[in-house]
Design a protein around this ligand. Structure first.
Ligand SMILES: Nc1ncnc2c1ncn2[C@@H]1O[C@H](COP(=O)(O)OP(=O)(O)OP(=O)(O)O)[C@@H](O)[C@H]1O
Length: 628
C-alpha cells in the first residue's frame, strides 16, 4: 500500500488540470454509489411489502425513512418511487464508473510521463539495472523454460513497465481509491439497516460465509498471483525477442538466420500462450470457489432467520435475499483489494524502483552559472575510473591540460580507455578519483542542464532519429536555427545536395534506418553538422571517422579540424596522422603513454609509431582493381 501511495504522490505533478477534482469526484461518486447500493434492497423490500398490502415495519434506517414516507400510498406510487431510486442508483454507478475510467486514463498518462522522465534523467546504467530487477523472479515460480536471460533485457523490461504496467497499476490504483470507500460505505449502510431491522444474524452469517470462502480460495488466489507473474515474464520475453528481431531484419536475412529467429519468437510466443492459459485456469478455479459460496448464501440467510426466531414478511425476506449476496460481494471487494495489492506487489516495487532513480548527474547544491567559466581550458587532475563491479581501473591517474582553443587528438589502441575518458568529460559517468575542470570550474559544480550548452558532441553512439533532416539538426535547440543557417552548414560539411534540395532531397527529407536512405558518410556528416550547429564552447568527437572507408574518413577528419577552428576540440581518433592537430595524447592501458605533436611523437613514442603503422596498414590494404 505504501508503494502505491508513493507512486501516486510522484505522479501528482504530471496530472493535467486540477488533479484533486478528478480524485474528489471519483471518491465522492463511489461513496454515493456505495450508499445507494446499501439502501436499494431495503427500498425494494418496502415496495414488495406495499404490493402485498403489508407495509414493512418502519425501522430507523434509510429504508425505514422511505417506508414512513410512502406509508399509506398506493402500491403503484411506491413502485414508481422505488423505480426512481433504482434509476438514480444506476445513474450514480454509471457516473462513478465513468469518473473512475477518466481518472484511470489520466493517471496512466501521468505515470507514463513520470516513468519516462525518470528513465531519461537517470543514468542509463541504473535504468538498465532497474529493468533487470523488474524481470527477476521475486519469490514466485521460476520463469517458464525458454524465457531469455533477463539480465540483458533491462531496457526491454523498462519499455514494458512504461507501456503496459503503468496502465495496470493506474487501473488498480483507481480501483483502490474508489473501491475502498464504496465497499466500506455499503457495508456500513447495510450493517445499520440490518442491525436496526433486527436482522443482525444475517450480517454475522454472511461474514462467516465470507471467511470460509477466504480460507478455501486463499491458495487459489496465491496461485493466480504466481501465474500472473509467470505470464508477465513470458510476455516480456516475447516483447524483447520481437524488438531485437525487428531491429535486425536485414542482418537476419543476410546471415540466413530468419528461420532461427522465427523459431525463437514462435517458441517464446507459445510459452507465453501456455503461461496465459495456465493463468486463466487458476483464475477460473479461484472464481468457481467464490461462486459456489455465493450460491449458498440464501441457505445462510434461512439459517440466520431461523436463529433470530422472528417471523418475516415477504418484503423483508426479499430484502434480505438481496442483501446477502451484496454483503458477500462487498466483503469480496475489500478482500480483492488486499489480494490485488499482494499480487501486484512486484509490479508496484518495479515502478517505485524506476521512479525513485536519482537524476544523473545530480544537481549540485549551489551550481555555478556557465558564465563562471571564463576560458575554455580543460584540465584533468589525477583522474581514475573503475566501472561499478569491475575488478580493475580502466583509467589510472590521468592528468592532462588542454589549452583553450586547441585541437587535441586522443589516440591509443582499442580498449586503451579513450571512450571512457570522453564519457567522464561529458559526465555520462563520474571519475572514481580526481576531478575534471573547464576554465578552472569543477564540472560537478555545473548544473547538468548546462552541460549540453558547454559541450557539443559527436559520439560513437550518436544517432540520427527517424525524422526530417531539419528536425534532426535542430533537436534540443531552444531557438531552432533558420533554414538559411542550416543550409549554409550543410554546404560546409559538403552535403550540397541536401543544402540545395537537389535530387528531391532537402531539409524535409526523412532519415530512415532500415533500409537506410543516407550513406554511412552522409550520416556522419549530418551528425557533424548537428554538432556544429550547437553554440557550445567545447567540441568533443569520439571516432567520427569510425566505420568509414579511408578516403571518406580522411575527408571527414579534415572537415572536423577545419570547421572546429577556434573552439577547444577533443577528438578521439585512430588516425591522428590525418588530423594534423597541434597536440596528440597517446593512451595505453588506461594511462597516458606519451604527449606531443605528431612529429615529436613519431620521434619519441614507440606506442604512437605502432598505432600509426597499424592505421596505415589498414589504409593501404590491397584492393582488387580489375579482373584478369
Ligand atoms: N562498464 C564497464 N565494465 C567493465 N569494463 C569496462 C566498462 N566500460 C569499459 N570497460 C573496459 O574499459 C576498457 C576501455 O574501454 P574504452 O571503451 O574506453 O576503450 P577505447 O579506447 O575507447 O576502445 P575503442 O577504440 O575500441 O573504442 C576496455 O577494456 C573495456 O572493456
Amino acid at each position: 500500500m505504501r508503494d502505491l501511495w508513493r507512486i501516486l504522490r510522484v505522479v501528482r505533478r504530471s496530472l493535467r488540470g486540477g488533479p484533486l477534482v478528478g480524485f474528489v469526484l471519483a471518491v465522492g461518486l463511489a461513496s454515493l454509489a456505495g450508499v445507494m447500493a446499501g439502501v436499494l434492497p431495503g427500498l425494494v423490500g418496502v415496495a414488495i411489502g406495499a404490493i402485498q398490502g403489508r407495509p414493512a415495519s418502519p425501522s430507523p434506517g434509510l429504508a425505514g425513512l422511505f417506508a414512513r414516507l410512502v406509508s399509506g400510498q398506493s402500491p403503484w406510487l411506491v413502485i414508481a418511487a422505488t423505480l426512481v431510486a433504482v434509476t438514480i442508483s444506476v445513474g450514480v454507478t454509471m457516473a462513478q464508473s465513468r469518473a473512475g475510467s477518466e481518472l484511470s486514463a489520466e493517471l496512466t498518462a501521468a505515470l507514463r510521463v513520470e516513468l519516462v522522465r525518470a528513465a531519461l534523467w537517470a543514468s542509463p546504467r541504473a535504468v538498465d539495472a532497474a529493468g533487470a530487477r523488474a524481470l527477476a523472479p521475486k519469490g514466485g515460480p521460476p520463469a517458464p523454460p525458454g524465457v531469455k536471460a533477463p539480465a540483458v533485457r533491462g531496457f526491454e523490461a523498462v519499455k514494458l513497465v512504461i507501456a503496459r504496467d503503468a496502465a495496470a497499476v493506474s487501473d488498480f490504483a483507481v480501483a483502490v481509491i474508489t473501491g475502498l470507500p464504496q465497499a466500506i460505505v455499503t457495508l456500513l449502510v447495510l450493517a445499520f439497516e440490518l442491525a436496526t431491522g433486527g436482522a443482525w444474524p444475517v450480517l454475522v452469517g454472511t461474514a462467516l460465509l465470507f471467511v470460509l470462502s477466504r480460507v478455501l480460495s486463499d491458495r487459489a488466489s496465491r496461485r493466480v498471483g504466481e501465474r500472473m507473474q509467470s505470464m508477465q515474464r513470458s510476455d516480456t520475453a516475447v516483447f524483447g525477442a520481437l524488438g531485437e528481431m525487428l531491429a535486425g531484419t536485414e542482418e537476419l536475412r543476410l546471415l540466413g538466420a530468419r528461420q532461427t529467429a522465427l523459431t525463437e519468437v514462435t517458441d517464446a510466443a507459445h510459452r507465453a500462450a501456455d503461461a496465459r492459459r495456465s493463468f486463466a485456469a487458476a483464475l477460473a478455479a479461484s472464481g468457481q470457489i467464490k461462486s459456489v459460496l455465493a450460491a449458498m448464501s440464501p441457505l445462510v440467510l434461512l439459517v440466520a432467520l431461523r436463529l433470530s426466531g422472528r417471523t418475516y414478511e415477504a418484503g423483508d425476506i426479499a430484502k434480505l435475499l438481496l442483501v446477502t449476496p451484496l454483503l458477500l460481494a462487498r466483503f469480496e471487494a475489500l478482500d480483492g483489494l488486499r489480494a490485488g495489492l499482494l499480487e501486484r506487489a512486484p509490479l508496484l516495487a518495479s515502478l517505485r524502483d524506476l521512479l525513485s532513480l536519482p537524476p544523473h548527474p545530480p544537481e549540485p547544491e549551489s551550481p555555478l552559472p556557465l558564465a563562471a567559466i571564463t576560458n575554455d581550458e580543460v584540465v584533468l587532475d589525477h583522474v581514475g575510473y573503475r566501472p561499478e563491479g569491475a575488478q580493475d581501473d580502466v583509467l589510472h591517474d590521468v592528468s592532462l591540460r588542454i589549452p583553450a582553443g586547441a585541437v587535441v587528438a586522443i589516440c591509443g589502441a582499442s580498449g586503451s580507455g579513450k571512450s571512457t575518458l570522453v564519457r567522464l568529460l561529458l559526465r555520462l559517468d563520474d571519475p572514481t578519483r580526481g576531478k575534471i575542470e573547464v576554465g578552472g570550474v569543477d564540472l560537478t559544480r555545473l548544473s547538468p542542464r548546462d552541460l549540453s550548452r558547454l559541450f557539443a558532441v559527436l559520439g560513437q553512439a550518436s544517432v540520427l532519429f527517424e525524422r526530417s533532416v531539419a528536425e534532426n539538426l535542430a533537436l534540443g535547440l531552444a531557438d531552432p536555427p533558420d533554414e538559411a543557417a542550416m543550409r549554409r552548414l550543410l554546404a560546409r560539411v559538403r552535403l550540397d545536395d541536401l543544402a540545395e534540395d537537389k535530387g528531391g532531397r532537402g531539409l524535409g527529407a526523412v532519415v530512415r534506418k532500415v533500409p537506410p536512405n543516407f550513406s554511412g558518410g552522409e550520416q556522419r556528416r549530418l551528425l557533424l553538422a548537428r554538432m556544429l550547429l550547437r553554440d557550445a564552447r567545447l567540441l568533443v568527437l569520439d571516432e567520427p571517422e569510425a566505420g568509414l572507408p579511408g578516403a571518406t574518413a580522411e575527408e571527414l577528419l579534415r572537415s572536423v579540424v577545419e570547421l572546429s577552428a577556434g573552439r577547444t576540440t577533443i577528438l578521439v581518433t585512430h588516425a591522428p596522422h590525418l588530423v594534423k592537430s597541434t597536440f596528440n595524447v597517446v593512451l595505453d592501458k588506461g594511462r597516458i603513454a606519451a604527449m606531443g605533436t605528431h612529429e615529436e611523437l613519431v620521434q619519441s613514442s614507440e606506442t604512437y609509431r605502432a598505432l600509426l603503422s597499424e592505421g596505415q596498414r589498414k589504409q593501404a590494404a590491397p584492393r582488387p582493381h580489375s579482373l584478369p
